[in-house]
Ligand binder design. Structure first.
Ligand SMILES: Cc1ncc(COP(=O)(O)O)c(C=O)c1O
Length: 348
């Protein structure tokens, strides 16, 4: 890390494939995956299904595509899907469920831990009525991005899922960062996803791949999802080059996510000591600052000028995310720069 290079804490998506991952990609055996000819994609899909405890998996371009394909595969136009009001699918996916799937998303209040209250889920499920949309799907998220990287336990997910499934709804878990949740809770990713019909996770965040997500579930669901992915233009050809990065990540980059969590705790502790920010102790790799003095955008500008990149995260909130390309030394250096920036702002 050079003394002046910016430290990029905008997201764990900024991670770049390292030399070992690039070697795995360069050596990948490939074929045309739309013709089911790519052995490396097939290996990745089998590995993902096994890690998530599901029958099958589908390799897709992104987390957003995974969630959209899941919604399309679980619903029909005119249906309603319940989700948290802070969820990624509701806030950050360009209303894809509504635009592409004709599915109405119904937001329920997210608890600070990223979960949904059982009573809210129960009350939101509609009785069959020709006037009403059909309640078809419950979407949960773990870890929960806008809830500061909170990690839900398998039991919390199961409690909400049971209510939905009893009423005939399917359950999809947006597990973009489910391996972070696994480390935080001490439960295997498969246990966290056991009560969901489908679960997706991202390779392109803390796991360090350039691209890709996996959507996992029952074989029949995954075959339907394969068709929806094709409809969206997401059928990929010699995608084994990308899948090889995913296999490498699942084999080599999961356990090290614990380092990102430790670095996030150090970052949060240091930021809290600076004064102008309220910072909760992070459960995983996402640190959220609530601005107590000054303005959010003023602080973001001051941070950028000091060489630390972060993102706005709603009214009065700033997000920083730790990752493999910003390790312990980078976080210590970021704190040093942020301390200078804060002192400079205080001095006027
Ligand atoms: C919880 C969650 N779900 C889904 C996504 C979407 O992933 P992608 O950026 O790969 O579309 C993100 C991305 O940050 C996320 O945080």
């Amino acid at each position: 890390m050079s003394a002046s290079a910016p430290i990029d804490l905008r997201s764990d998506t900024v991670t770049r494939p390292d030399a070992a991952m690039r070697r795995a990609m360069a050596g990948a055996e490939v074929g045309d995956d739309v013709f089911h000819d790519d052995p490396t994609v097939q290996r990745l899909e089998a590995l993902a299904a096994e890690r998530l405890g599901k029958e099958a998996a589908l390799f897709v371009a992104s987390g957003t595509m995974a969630n959209l394909v899941a919604v399309l595969s679980h619903t029909r136009p005119g249906d309603e899907a319940l989700t948290g009001d802070e969820s990624h699918v509701f806030n950050y996916e360009a209303a894809g469920a509504a635009r592409v799937g004709g599915v109405q998303l119904r937001p329920l209040p997210n608890a600070p831990d990223g979960g949904l209250a059982a009573a809210d889920v129960r009350a939101a499920i509609r009785e069959p009525d020709i006037h009403a949309p059909r309640s078809a799907l419950l979407c949960l998220e773990n870890t929960h991005n806008r809830c500061g990287g909170a990690a839900l336990t398998g039991a919390a997910t199961a409690a909400a899922a049971a209510i939905a499934r009893e009423a005939g709804l399917a359950v999809h878990l947006d597990g973009a960062r489910i391996f972070n949740a696994a480390i935080a809770t001490g439960e295997a990713a498969a246990e966290l996803a056991a009560s969901a019909d489908s679960v997706c996770f991202c390779l392109s965040k803390g796991l360090g791949c350039p691209v890709g997500s996996l959507l996992c579930g029952p074989r029949e669901f995954v075959e339907r999802a394969r068709r929806e992915r094709k409809m969206l233009g997401g059928g990929m050809r010699q995608a084994g080059v990308l899948a090889a990065a995913g296999i490498h990540a699942l084999e080599c980059n999961v356990a090290r996510l614990a380092e990102d969590h430790a670095n996030a705790r150090a970052l949060a502790g240091g930021l809290a000591r600076l004064g102008p920010f309220a910072v909760d102790a992070p459960a995983t790799n996402i640190v959220v600052l609530r601005v107590r003095a000054g303005t959010r955008d003023g602080w973001l500008t001051a941070f950028a000028a000091a060489g630390v990149r972060a993102v706005p995260f709603g009214e009065g909130r700033i997000r920083m995310v730790t990752h493999r390309d910003a390790g312990e030394a980078a976080v210590a250096e970021a704190l040093r720069r942020l301390e200078h920036a804060t002192a400079a702002v205080a001095a006027g």
